[in-house]
Structure formats: structure tokens, C-alpha cells
Design a protein around this ligand. Structure first.
Ligand code: NAI
Ligand code: UGA
Length: 421
């Protein structure tokens, strides 16, 4: 099929690469001229494992356009951002602009797929917008569940494909099944609003699991219990499951924080008090400060102490720093007078008056304390005896409960985790 993707960000580019791999011809459109120029040169503007390779392998089927809509497409995807506005509500202005740009060009043979995470009711509103323009457009809600850092894998092997349709729209389901032929996953077919709700509920539930274990970490700390044992002990129960029970300095990224808040705002609008979402957000909003207090207690004072913060990205295997807890931690330590030196294998620190080391050795050398803020594999695999030799101090703070505690202690270093007794 001939596909047009509007919005060449993390989701748009991953979708483009995967659809090209499946044999479709894909035209990516973005309003960011520099991004399109880079893509045309063969440069992929984000770091996502495997993405650049797919772009190279399937370049004959991938095309890039600045603004211009590819009118010939069978299927048009909207993958533009939906960030939070100043009140925490989803800002749908990018979606609205994309729809406005499309309005004169789109025809009734085409299928319009909304992949961006949009507030409940948006897909129906988009359908009605076209109807008011005299066009009965096939609008499909097809929310995305990929994780940054494993986006290609998640898109090729998804747990499910959610398709939201209008009641009378049988045609669009077969189009979507033909588009995704080659990807084996159960289909959940529901209403347009049902699909929108599934997306928010999934993110809210995952965020809630993280806040739950972070609250347990605080309790474990108080009782001298190891939260890693607790996570294992409850996670083996099939009804609970082992995933998303890693305590740490809180969840970040471009989606959990904004989507939990967005769902909360939608609940208030419907006069439904979202007790659970409020708690999830409150725990996350206070987790970093709780942990900084612990760091202060461990180090005594921070003034002029050289602290190596390993990790800038909001999670490993990405260069994305949107809502990154690691960046918030760096800012807080800096504000406490610490002499912070940050490191990340891919992400770059912006607008913070803190040095970023080019190498891990440069970050660790002479550090009074080392804090792991993002669980990159290369931090987990450090040679701790060598780390001990390079550091001035002997404190290793594991803000993600991802490091080998025994090996660190055997190297003569003090290990401080999150809720580890
Ligand atoms: N990043 C992620 O891991 C996931 C994101 N989502 C959702 O997918 C959507 C996109 O997210 P990301 O890819 O992270 O966003 P992003 O910020 O990386 O990319 C959005 C792109 O859209 C472009 N754009 C904005 N308005 C445009 C317009 N009117 N015409 C053409 N281009 C336009 C921007 O220039 C940008 O390149 C959001 O709704 C997000 O909540 C869903 C699942 C995963
Ligand atoms: O809507 C989205 O954008 C996406 O949001 C998340 O994906 P992502 O934000 O890329 O990354 P996650 O792996 O979910 O991690 C999010 C945050 O939670 C933190 N986290 C995750 C797991 C855990 O056990 N503990 C924990 O603190 C991570 O460090 C990170 O800061 C969801 O996992 C995806 O399914 C969804 O599509």
C-alpha cells in the first residue's frame, strides 16, 4: 500500500520503518524542515536501536517531505505530538493543524488513522469535522504502545493491535489488517472512544504499578526490608506479573507524566474523582525529593562534593530527555551546591549549567559519589574494583536498583539503593 505518515518523531519514524519493512511505500511528512533535510540525507534524527538499519535497508520505499501532503496515499497516519498544555490538558493543536492541512486534499477512498494519543472523543470529533466539510472519511483510532528504546521490536511483535472504528465502518478493519499483514498479534476491535480509552488506561496502569512499588520502597526503607525481594516475591504471582515493579527515582518520559495528568483532567471534566490517578501522580511527583533527602543523609552535605551522575535520558537505549528524572536529579544536586558531572551514552544535557563528560572514566575520576540515574547496560557492567580506584570517595548510589550490590560491596564501595533496607 501507499502510506503517508504525518509527524516524523519517535512514533512516526518507527511506524514508517516497520511499514516499509512490511513492503509498503511510505511518505513521511513533517513541518520541521531540518528534520526532513536530515532524513533526506540519510541521517536518522533520533537514537532508537535498529531504526537507522531499517531506514537503510528499505530506503527505496521511504520518502520524506517538508509539509507537503502526499495525496495519493491509501492510508494516512497522524503521528504528531500531543504534549500537555500549561494546565496539564493534552494540547491537540498539532493534531488540529495536521487535520486542517489535510482537509482540502483528503478523499473518501483514503483511510485516516490517528496514532497520536488523543483525548477521548477526539477521533469522533475529527470524523464530524470532515462530515461537516461534506466528506465521509474513514477515521480509525489505532493507538501506539511502543516503548522508546525497544520501539522496533515492540512494533514488529506487539502484544495487541487496537483498532477503534465507527460502528458502520467494516471496510477500515480489513484495510488495517492488510496494512499490518505479517505482524502476528491479537486484534482488539472497539469504538473510536474505546481505543482512545484503552491507550490512556494502559499508560495509567503501568505508571500506577511503578508508583505502587515506589511507595513500597519507602515503606521497605522504614522497615529495613529489601524492595527488590518484595518485587520478586509479588511479581511471581501470575495475577501481578513481574514487569514495571522496579523501584527508582520515578517514571519520566514524554508519555506517562502527561498521559496520567491528561486522564486525571478528563475525569474531573466528567465529575469522576480519579483517586488512583491522583495517588499515582503524587507518589511520582514526590519520589525524587524523597530520594534526594536520602542522598543528603548519606553524603552529609553536598556542597562542592564531586558527584558523577550516570544517565541523562529518561530511560536506557534512547536519547530522549523529555521529563527525565535524571535531568531533574542533576538540577537538584546542582542547586544543593554539588559539583555535578553528568554522563550518558546517547543523551545530551541542555540548558543546565553542569558539565557533561565525554567518557565514563572522565565522569567517575575523582568523584566523591557516583549516582546511577538511568539503567543503561554499560553502567550495570562497570568493573567496580576499577571504579573504586578512580573515585575519591566510596559511595555508589543506585537510583534505579539496577546495579550488582554484592560486587559493588566486594569492591569496598558503599552501596545505596532505593528501598533496599
Ligand atoms: N514517544 C513514544 O514512545 C510514544 C508516543 N506516543 C504518542 O504518539 C504521539 C507522537 O509522539 P512522539 O513520536 O514521541 O512525538 P515527537 O515529538 O517525537 O514527534 C512529533 C513530530 O510531529 C511533527 N509535527 C507536529 N505537528 C505537525 C504538523 N501539523 N504537520 C507535520 N508535522 C508535525 C513535529 O515536528 C515532530 O517531528 C504522541 O501523541 C504521543 O503521546 C504513543 C506511544 C509511544
Ligand atoms: O505512550 C507511550 O509513550 C509509551 O509509554 C511507555 O513507554 P516509554 O515511556 O517509552 O518507556 P517505559 O519503559 O514505559 O518507561 C517509562 C518510565 O518509567 C520508568 N520505569 C519503568 C519500569 C519500571 O519498573 N520502573 C520505572 O521506574 C522508566 O525508567 C521510565 O522513566 C509505555 O511503556 C509504552 O507502552 C507506551 O507506548
Amino acid at each position: 500500500m501507499n502510506v503517508c505518515i504525518i509527524g516524523a518523531g519517535y512514533v512516526g519514524l518507527t511506524t514508517a520503518a516497520v511499514l516499509a519493512k512490511l513492503g509498503h511505500t511510505v511518505h513521511c511528512v513533517d513541518e520541521n524542515e531540518q528534520k526532513i533535510a536530515a532524513l533526506k540525507r540519510g541521517d536518522v534524527p533520533i537514537y532508537e536501536p535498529g531504526l537507522a538499519e531499517l531506514f537503510t535497508d528499505h530506503q527505496s520505499r521511504l520518502f520524506f517531505h517538508h509539509k507537503q501532503i502526499h495525496v495519493e496515499a491509501d492510508v494516512i497516519f497522524i503521528c504528531v505530538g500531543t504534549p500537555a498544555d500549561s494546565k496539564g490538558k493534552p494540547d491537540v493543536s498539532y493534531v488540529n493543524r495536521a487535520i486542517a492541512d489535510l482537509t482540502p486534499h483528503i478523499n473518501e477512498k483514503q483511510t485516516l488513522v490517528i496514532k497520536s494519543t488523543v483525548p477521548i472523543g477526539t477521533n469522533e470529533r475529527i470524523y464530524n469535522h470532515f462530515k461537516n466539510e461534506g466528506k465521509h472519511i474513514h477515521v480509525v483510532s489505532n493507538p501506539e504502545f511502543l516503548r522508546e528504546g525497544s520501539a522496533i521490536f515492540d512494533s514488529l511483535y506487539p502484544d495487541r493491535i487496537v483498532i477503534g472504528l465507527r460502528e458502520d465502518d467494516d471496510r477500515s478493519l480489513s484495510i488495517m489488517q492488510a496494512l499490518y499483514a505479517g505482524i502476528h498479534a491479537p486484534y482488539i476491535v472497539t469504538s473510536l472512544s474505546g481505543a482512545e480509552m484503552i491507550k490512556y488506561a494502559a499508560n495509567a496502569f503501568l505508571a500506577t504499578k511503578i508508583s505502587f512499588i515506589n511507595e513500597m520502597a519507602r515503606l521497605c526503607e522504614a522497615y529495613g526490608v529489601d524492595v527488590v525481594d518484595v518485587a520478586k516475591g509479588i511479581g511471581l504471582d501470575g495475577r501481578i506479573g513481574p514487569h514495571f515493579l522496579q523501584a527508582g527515582i520515578g517514571y519520566g518520559g514524554s508519555c506517562f507524566p502527561k498521559d496520567v495528568t491528561a486522564l486525571q483532567q478528563m475525569a474531573y471534566e466528567q465529575n469522576v474523582r480519579p483517586y488512583m490517578l491522583e495517588a499515582t501522580k503524587t507518589i511520582n511527583d514526590t519520589q525524587l525529593n524523597w530520594y534526594v533527602q536520602k542522598i543528603k543523609r548519606t553524603l552529609g552535605h553536598m556542597s562542592k562534593k564531586r558527584i558523577a551522575v550516570l544517565g541523562i535520558a529518561f530511560k536506557p537505549n534512547t536519547d530522549d530527555i523529555r521529563e527525565s528524572p535524571a535531568v531533574s536529579l542533576i538540577k537538584k544536586l546542582h542547586a544543593h551546591g554539588a559539583n555535578v558531572i553528568a554522563h550518558d551514552p546517547k543523551a545530551v544535557l541542555h540548558n543546565v549549567d553542569v558539565k557533561q563528560a565525554n567518557t565514563l572514566e572522565e565522569a567517575i575520576a575523582q568523584a566523591d559519589a557516583l549516582i546511577v540515574a538511568t539503567d543503561w547496560d554499560e553502567y550495570k557492567q562497570l568493573n567496580w574494583a576499577y571504579v573504586k580506584q578512580m573515585m575519591s570517595g566510596n559511595v555508589v548510589i543506585d537510583g534505579r536498583n539496577c546495579l550488582p550490590r554484592e560486587a559493588i560491596m566486594n569492591a569496598g564501595l558503599n552501596y545505596v539503593g532505593v528501598g533496599r533496607g
